[in-house]
Design a protein around this ligand. Structure first.
Ligand SMILES: [Zn+2]
Length: 429
C-alpha cells in the first residue's frame, strides 16, 4: 500500500471518477452499480412534479491499492447542504444516543468549564445541547443555514460554515484549540477527504481527542446494506481504510467501538501523533475481524451486487403479491436511504401509495425519482393500511414500538433489510 504521497492525491482526488481520493491510485474496481438516481435529499414539491429531474450514476467502486470504497464526487456538499431537510432531533433514539455520548465522553476526558468542544456538522444542536447543559464551552460548525438556525434557537453556539482548513484556522484563532472534536456522520460526506482530515487536525490541540462516528463498511458489505449508499456519501470505511485516512493528517487511531446505529457504525477515537498515545487492543481486533470477513482482498467485495439484487427481488415479489391480493401498502419514514432503496427497486406509488415522516419539512413533498407523496404520520391511523413498509429499517426497535397501534386492525409492519421480515407485535390486542 502506498500512502506516501497524499499531497498528490489531494490535487487529483476531488470530483474525479477515475482516481482514488485517498491514495490517488487509478485501479478502481466496480463492486455495486445502483443505476442513475436523483440526490436522495432532493425532495420535490407539488409544483416541481412537471419539471425534469436530474439523475446521477450511483456506482460504488473499490480502490485496489488502499481498499477505500468510494463513489465519484458528482454533486458537491454545497449543493446538498445549504438548505437541508434532515433534522437530527426528529429521531428520539438519536438524541438519546447523543446525550449518552456527551455524558460518557465528558467523564472520560474530564471535560469542564475550562474545556472547549467543537462538533463538525452539528446539525440542529441535537448533541451539543447536552454540552451546553453541562456548562462545557462549545461551538457547532454547520453548513445548512436552516438547520443551524434551529441549533442557535436552542442555545447552541453555531458557525454557519463548511469545515475547511481555512475555516478551521479561523475557529482556532478565535476560540483556541479544541480538547474534543466530534465528527458524527460527516466523514463519509466530504469529497475532499484529505483536506477535511487536515482541517480536523487544525482544530485539535496537540493533546486533544477526535471522535468520529461513521457507518461501518463491514456491515455494508457483509449484510448487503446497499441503501446506505447515496450520492452524499462519497466514501465507506473499514477501520483499516479510516486508519489510513487519519494518518495522512498526523492523526493516530487510538480506539474503536462498534455501535448499533445506522445498521452498524464505528466510533473512531484518534489523537494527534504528538500525544504519543498507545492504541487499545480493540483497534487490531476489529481490523482482524475485517480481514476474516474477506475485506482486505478485492475478492471479498465481489458478490455485493448479486446479494443486493436478491434483496430487491424479494421486496418486489412481496409488494407485487400485496397488489395482486388487493392489500393497501404504505411506507413509514422518508430517509435518504429509503430513496436509494425505492429507486434501485423501482417502487412507485402503484406499489407504495404514500409514506409518512415525522419531519414537517417533508410533508406535502414527494420522494425524489419515485415521486411517492409524503404525509404526516397520523395518516396511518386514519387510513388503517394492511401493510406498513418501514424505510429506516435501522431503527426497527424504536419504530415497531411507535407503530404498535397498527396491530389493532391487523396491520403488518414489514422491514426490507437485512432480509425481508415482519415485526412481531410487542403486546396482545
Ligand atoms: Zn486508494
Amino acid at each position: 500500500m502506498d500512502l506516501t504521497h497524499p499531497e498528490t492525491a489531494s490535487v487529483v482526488g476531488e470530483n474525479s471518477t477515475t482516481l482514488c481520493r485517498l491514495c490517488g491510485n487509478t485501479e478502481l474496481l466496480s463492486v455495486l452499480d445502483l443505476g442513475a438516481t436523483p440526490p436522495c435529499e432532493k425532495f420535490l414539491s407539488a409544483t416541481e412534479l412537471d419539471d425534469a429531474e436530474q439523475t446521477y450514476p450511483l456506482h460504488l467502486r473499490l480502490c485496489e491499492n488502499c481498499l477505500l470504497l468510494q463513489i465519484p464526487g458528482l454533486i458537491t456538499p454545497e449543493e446538498t447542504f445549504v438548505e437541508y431537510a434532515y433534522f437530527s432531533s426528529y429521531s428520539t433514539s438519536w438524541v438519546e444516543h447523543a446525550r449518552r455520548f456527551v455524558d460518557e465522553t465528558s467523564d472520560r476526558l474530564s471535560l469542564d468549564s475550562s474545556s472547549f468542544v467543537v462538533e463538525v456538522a452539528s446539525n440542529d444542536g441535537y448533541l451539543l445541547q447536552h454540552a451546553v447543559a453541562r456548562g462545557i464551552p462549545c461551538l457547532g460548525i454547520e453548513p445548512s443555514v436552516n438547520v443551524g438556525r434551529a441549533a442557535v434557537e436552542r442555545g447552541v453556539p453555531t458557525l454557519t460554515a463548511f469545515l475547511t482548513e481555512s475555516s478551521a484556522r479561523e475557529v482556532r484563532a478565535e476560540h483556541g484549540p479544541a480538547d474534543l472534536v466530534v465528527a458524527n456522520n460527516v466523514y463519509a460526506h466530504i469529497p475532499d477527504l484529505l483536506g477535511f482530515t487536515r482541517a480536523l487536525r487544525v482544530l485539535l490541540s496537540d493533546h486533544g481527542t477526535l471522535s468520529i462516528e461513521v457507518h461501518h463498511a463491514m456491515e455494508l458489505v457483509t449484510h448487503a446494506q446497499f441503501d446506505t449508499i447515496y450520492h452524499e456519501h462519497f466514501q465507506y470505511y473499514t477501520v483499516l481504510a479510516a486508519r489510513n485516512a487519519l494518518a495522512t493528517a498526523g492523526l493516530q487511531l487510538t480506539d474503536v467501538e462498534l455501535l448499533g446505529t445506522h445498521g452498524g457504525s464505528i466510533r473512531l477515537w484518534a489523537r494527534p501523533i504528538e500525544a504519543g498515545a498507545t492504541p487499545t487492543a480493540a483497534v487490531e481486533e476489529i481490523i482482524a475481524a475485517e480481514r476474516a470477513a474477506g475485506l482486505h482482498e478485492p475478492a471479498g467485495y465481489l458478490d455485493l451486487q448479486s446479494r443486493s439484487e436478491t434483496v430487491r427481488q424479494n421486496l418486489l415479489s412481496f409488494l407485487l403479491d400485496c397488489k395482486k391480493d388487493g392489500k393497501t401498502v404504505v411506507g413509514y419514514g422518508a430517509p435518504g436511504k429509503g430513496n436509494t432503496l425505492l429507486n434501485f427497486c423501482g417502487i412507485r406509488p402503484d406499489l407504495l401509495a404514500y409514506t409518512v415522516d415525522r419531519n414537517p419539512y417533508k410533508h406535502g413533498k414527494f420522494t425524489p425519482g419515485t415521486r411517492i407523496p409524503i404525509h404526516h404520520p397520523d395518516r396511518i391511523a386514519a387510513d388503517r393500511p394492511d401493510v406498513i413498509l418501514v424505510l429506516p429499517w435501522n431503527l426497527e426497535t424504536e419504530i415497531t414500538a411507535q407503530l404498535d397501534y397498527v396491530h389493532e386492525w391487523g396491520g403488518q409492519i414489514v422491514y426490507p433489510l437485512p432480509t425481508l421480515h415482519t415485526s412481531t407485535p410487542t403486546q396482545e390486542h
